[in-house]
Design a protein around this ligand. Structure first.
Ligand SMILES: Nc1ncnc2c1ncn2[C@@H]1O[C@H](COP(=O)(O)OP(=O)(O)OP(=O)(O)O)[C@@H](O)[C@H]1O
Ligand SMILES: [Mg+2]
Length: 178
């Protein structure tokens, strides 16, 4: 084995409004890992393929997003943030965190973001039906998929501590210098 082991890649997923970007950005600040917000990457590089009228949002061109990120993800040391997870290559991620938020809290957060009507209801249902958790379990090995409660600032702090600890253990187990 060479001594140049790459750092792990971490996927943070979950229903819109569960706190992926808040957690992901803070984690990147604390660890020096690269924060990759898939929506921002798509916007910056115009990686869209049409517009979804029902949900009033552009449709991600998944193949072009994957092409755009392949080299960076292969190098490791990334924290990826997106509300879906099944279209990424399984080999990209060493661990997958699925954020979970109670309905009433999520409802208020989405309302604050300006969500209304069907878009608001569908996202609440997505969380109730554990859609993203099941998608993650269908797409990655069960042992690397972890649910994290994301209701309060205390939850966020303990999630940060838990992920940082996991990263330290991963580095020890995989012979990383950092
Ligand atoms: N653990 C938490 N406790 C309290 N508030 C939180 C927590 N996590 C996030 N929030 C708040 O919830 C709102 C939504 O968070 P954020 O934008 O990070 O969610 P998201 O999952 O990235 O959503 P989207 O998928 O729409 O990008 C923000 O106002 C944020 O401050
Ligand atoms: Mg976000």
């Amino acid at each position: 084995m060479g001594s140049q082991t790459r750092g792990p890649n971490i996927l943070i997923t979950g229903t819109p409004g569960t706190g992926k970007s808040t957690l992901g950005a803070e984690l990147a600040t604390r660890t020096g890992f690269k924060y990759v917000n898939i929506g921002d990457v798509a916007k910056l590089n115009e990686l869209f393929d049409g517009y979804d009228d029902e949900y009033q949002c552009p449709i991600l061109d998944e193949d072009r997003v994957l092409d755009e990120l392949e080299d960076q993800l292969s190098a490791g040391g990334n924290i990826v943030d997106y509300h879906s997870c099944e279209f990424f290559p399984e080999r990209w991620f060493d661990i997958v965190f699925v954020l979970r938020t109670d309905n009433t809290i999520l409802y208020e957060r989405l309302e604050k973001k300006g969500y209304t009507g069907k878009k608001l209801q569908d996202n609440i249902q997505c969380e109730i039906f554990q859609t993203i958790l099941e998608e993650a379990r269908d797409s990655y090995k069960a042992e690397i998929v972890h649910e994290l409660p994301s209701n309060t600032p205390d939850d966020m702090e303990s999630n940060l501590e838990r992920i940082v600890l996991w990263m330290q253990q991963w580095s020890l187990a995989n012979g990383c210098a950092t």
